[in-house]
Design a protein around this ligand. Structure first.
Ligand SMILES: [Zn+2]
Length: 606
């Protein structure tokens, strides 16, 4: 007889799966590390000596030479930075690693200061001259980089104005966002006689006990309302600060800068928002079902994350099983997709175990084109961990393919398309796990989790974008906004999403005030929805077109950041400005909810 042990204590087989960083350096004491830092410094100085003040006199060959020299600096500097960062991530308490990362960060900043002239001078070139250079076939490998660097040119101010804005932002925008961060971190929520942090209190919304959730919700509201004067003032100051800078730069709207930064045309973002807001009924359908599965008369804002009562054991996946599941799913998609993933396992490009001092979570580090990507995990053997492995390997494959094809300049895509291979890979594996799980209750648990994850990235982010839109536009037309006004914009945009499936009380009106994205990176949130729906829609195309789609998609991945995203995606016949494209992604979520309804019937008899 075997006694089941908790997942945390079980051996996964991932204990010995650690990465080999020797592609960079033999170790922290490798003398090559110090020598390379000196070399990068010399290369940056030589670059500045050669090109500073002379960018406008370069012909196409000269421009190509300069970009090649810059790329060599990026590559060698990137090797040093990647090595230090990866070492540190698996042992953050090692003082030697901490000191190295600090040294490398300061070193990087010094190098950047030497090179900052390049982009300013390149952007200062007049249109006709730049267009002629960009049309020259000599600079093909760097064309998109050079072209896209110039997209901010129409909104740039004079050098002295730019310097002033940069300098004043330290005591302006940055100071206000830091105050916000500190205020939120210092908030204490009353909980059973103790004072807990906001993060701890928010976790209680996942509690199985409805009464715990209700009391947690009320305590959070009280804590947020206690700071509403300070928080609404900060929101007002930062909206006004953004409005005045946008006006100076002549950006047409509050979101223009973000769209430009994301390489996402306004029309594309508008189509995305419209598609998502027209499909809010999907959210209502899931929560109406959830209410019945939980056996409650009504769902309130405090029950959104309530766990389902499902009596099925979480399937345990050893490292070897996880590897096989992922490679099998990838192989069925395309041999090259699996072959690239296989290198990560065979050549020790993965760090998998949970270790003391190791960072939490998971990521893929692209590093540089002359090396290869690395995958970082904390593998514990849950179904979720298997999907995370597929996700990070997807990033790895994307970087591996685009790095091989286009080098460092074509390797990292903008945020909106960065999750293309990762989410796609995750979905391939999710589909297999679902198909191979015989227990309907386990399937229902997996599916409900997947649906709420999708909601968090698609619907919640877009409803938050609607709040931002209301908030910035109201500040621009109505002047300073009282907390009540911000609360009413929040409630209106959130009620629009939930319909009558979740009862949002007026108290929930205060819950806009702790979300850091609104202040740290205005306009950021829709990019999550963009990435997720893009992949869901692409997956639909895959299911419809089958084998014909596969090489096209591989081509998209290989293209990396070598062209505008809409141009790359046009190669698979996708028009991002087309509402029906985005609707296909939403249909995929709708189908998941329909499947959830079917399974709920089976499991709960609903
Ligand atoms: Zn990702």
């Amino acid at each position: 007889m075997t006694v089941a042990t908790p997942v945390e204590e079980r051996k996964t087989g991932a204990e010995q799966i650690v990465w080999d960083l020797s592609v960079f350096y033999a170790g922290i004491d490798d003398p090559a590390l110090e020598q390379d830092m000196k070399r990068v410094s010399q290369m940056a100085e030589a670059f500045a000596a050669e090109y500073k003040g002379k960018v406008d006199s370069l012909d196409a060959e000269g421009l190509m030479d300069a970009m090649t020299a810059m790329d060599a600096i990026t590559d060698l500097g990137g090797r040093i930075g990647s090595f230090a960062g990866l070492l540190y991530s698996v042992d953050t308490v090692n003082p030697q690693y901490g000191a190295l990362i600090q040294k490398v960060t300061e070193f990087g900043s010094q190098i950047n200061q030497k090179l900052v002239f390049w982009e300013l001078e390149w952007n200062a070139l007049d249109e006709a001259k730049a267009a002629a250079l960009l049309a020259d076939p000599t600079i093909t490998p760097f064309r998109h980089k050079l072209e896209s660097d110039r997209r901010f040119k129409p909104f740039q101010l004079s050098e002295i104005e730019e310097q002033l804005l940069m300098e004043k932002s330290v005591t302006g925008r940055s100071a206000w966002t830091r105050l916000f961060t500190q205020l939120i971190a210092a908030i204490r929520v009353d909980w059973e006689g103790a004072h807990i942090t906001l993060t701890q209190a928010l976790t209680k919304l996942h509690d199985a006990d409805a009464d715990v959730r209700k009391r947690a919700g009320a305590a959070i509201t009280t804590a947020l309302k206690g700071k509403s004067m300070e928080l609404s003032y900060i929101f007002n100051v930062l909206a006004a600060d953004k409005a005045s800078e946008d006006a100076r730069r002549q950006y047409p709207s509050w979101i223009s800068y973000r769209n430009l930064d994301n390489k996402a045309p306004d029309a594309v973002v508008e189509a995305l928002i419209k598609a998502v807001t027209s499909n809010y009924d999907i959210v209502a359908r899931h929560y109406a079902l959830k209410r019945r599965m939980l056996g409650l008369d009504k769902l309130t804002e405090n029950d959104r994350y309530a766990p389902l009562k499902i009596a099925s054991a979480d399937h345990f996946y050893s490292w070897e099983e996880a590897r096989d599941v992922v490679l099998k799913a990838f192989q069925a998609f395309h041999p090259d997709f699996a072959a690239a993933a296989k290198r990560f396992f065979d050549e020790n490009w993965i760090h998998a175990p949970v270790l003391p001092g190791k960072r939490g979570g998971a990521f893929c580090s692209y590093t540089v084109a002359s090396a290869h990507p690395f995958v970082f995990l904390n593998y514990e053997g849950k179904a979720r961990d298997v999907m995370t492995l597929a996700h990070e390997l997807g990033h790895g494959i994307h970087a591996y393919l685009s790095g091989k094809a286009h080098g460092n300049v074509g390797m990292s895509t903008p945020l909106t398309t960065a999750e293309m291979a990762s989410t796609f890979g995750e979905r391939l594996v999710f589909r297999d796990l679902m198909a191979n799980e015989p227990d309907p209750a386990a399937r229902l648990a997996m599916l409900a989790q997947k649906i709420e994850d999708s909601f968090a990235t698609v619907f919640r982010q877009v409803s938050m974008n609607r709040f931002e839109d209301g908030y910035h536009n109201a500040r621009r037309t109505q002047g300073e906004l009282p907390a009540d006004k911000l609360s009413s914009i929040w409630l209106q945009t959130q009620r629009a999403m939930f319909g009558d499936s979740v009862e949002l009380s007026d108290d929930y009106g205060a819950w806009w005030s702790y979300i850091p994205h609104f202040l740290n990176t205005p306009g950021y949130v829709y990019a999550y929805a963009f990435g997720e729906l893009l992949v869901l829609a692409l997956f639909k195309l895959y299911e419809a077109r089958g084998a014909a789609f596969v090489p096209q998609f591989m081509g998209v991945l290989e293209a990396g950041d070598s062209d505008w995203p809409e141009a790359i995606l046009a190669k698979v016949g996708v028009d991002l400005t087309d509402l029906t494209f985005w609707n296909q992604g939403l249909d995929a979520i709708r189908e998941l909810v329909a499947e959830e309804e079917k399974l709920a019937k089976e499991v709960y008899g609903l």
